[in-house]
Design a protein around this ligand. Sequence first.
Ligand code: FCB
Length: 444
Amino acid sequence: MSRLRFPADFAWGSATASFQIEGGVEERGQCIWDDFCRWPGKVFEGDNGDVAVDHYHLYRADVTLMARLGFRAYRFSVSWPRILKEGIGEVNDVGLDYYSRLVDELLEAGIEPYATLYHWDLPTALQRVGGWASRDTASRFVEYARIVADRLGDRVHHWITHNEPWVVAMVGNLYGTHAPGWEDPGLALQVGHHLLLSHGLAVPVIRQASPGSQVGITLNLYPTYPATTSAEDLDAARIQDGFSNRWFLDPVFKGHYPEDIWALAGAQVPRVEQADLSIISRPIDFLGINYYSRHLVASDPSGPMGVQTLHPEGEYTQMDWEVYPQGLTDILTRVYADYSPRAIYVTENGCAYEDVLTSDGQVHDAKRTAYLRAHFAAAHKAIAQGVPLRGYFVWSLMDNFEWAYGYSRRFGIVYVDFQSLRRYPKDSALFCQSVAQENAVVLN
Ligand code: FCB
């Protein structure tokens, strides 16, 4: 048995996102995910976020639960259409008050709030005028960020501008399986650029409104491995890495797009104005990394970008994502070596499995516990190698609306009965509680 201790002020937390948990639809404006849910065939069984797990009304009890589970940090997102129903214009005070109360509640419970400003719920009114394809949306985002930071900035000291801009750009505009649902490579890259631009524009505005706070961005990153050491497979891995990781990392940390992928994109490259990359690469205080799995790739001239993604033998979650903890060590050490962020947080990591609620209200989710234990240990390995990892947020606090999968995938460490909305901590929650309380992971 070995016991891995984490640094003294390590932030153990859980993560959620507004659309996935809040509900309370009558007190906010519509967003692109409301629209996407109504698009036949796009979301599992036409599920929607009208009620979700009703965190909007149950937040007090949820904060109490978090505190009971020993968490000292919580990453949540602010819903843009709850602050500005039409994306711009008149502020919805009810919405702003709600987040203010949530933050107070967290602080009273000894939980440090980490606020994400954009976790995918763009106001419908802004999509009607082009959404992220329009450069104007970047300026609208900055106005929204200012309003939120003005109100919460005295109490929120960690801000994340965007969650996973790669997913917003590509899954929403190239693969079409997330809102707004388009399949257009040029559009996807333009959207990605405007997301990055909005990030860079918002950084100084947030700092001004919330003095002394830490500002960062969250990227979903995939360590990428070649199937063999052949020159072709190594090249395939370079391209895949460029597309999934460097396309966002390079602009933020180095102030340029990766040349190899830029060349591959040909006529689809985004329109970039002169100052954009210096805005995008303004220094940030931390990088958030969401880690779920890896890419194993081989060269395949008939595949997209000449790459084929393999499905190796191994263990998979219900999402069909390979369980690969070593990948977390690898991506953390690599990102630190290549980009030297001042600090890093794992802002999401977790898994979906088919959970069973027993008649006495328990969920024995041994696989999720094993997954988390192995990933915590992988993070520890990276810290031991010098990576300035400051915290770890489990995705997710509780079962919720899993985007295109609706309510058919459970990522929570707390089980939610989607009818009664009752919460039941799973065994994995108790495991996290012991880790957070002891600030250590025990390996058997
Ligand atoms: C990430 C999202 C998060 C959640 C997990 C499973 O890509 O940021 O909202 O859906 O995947």
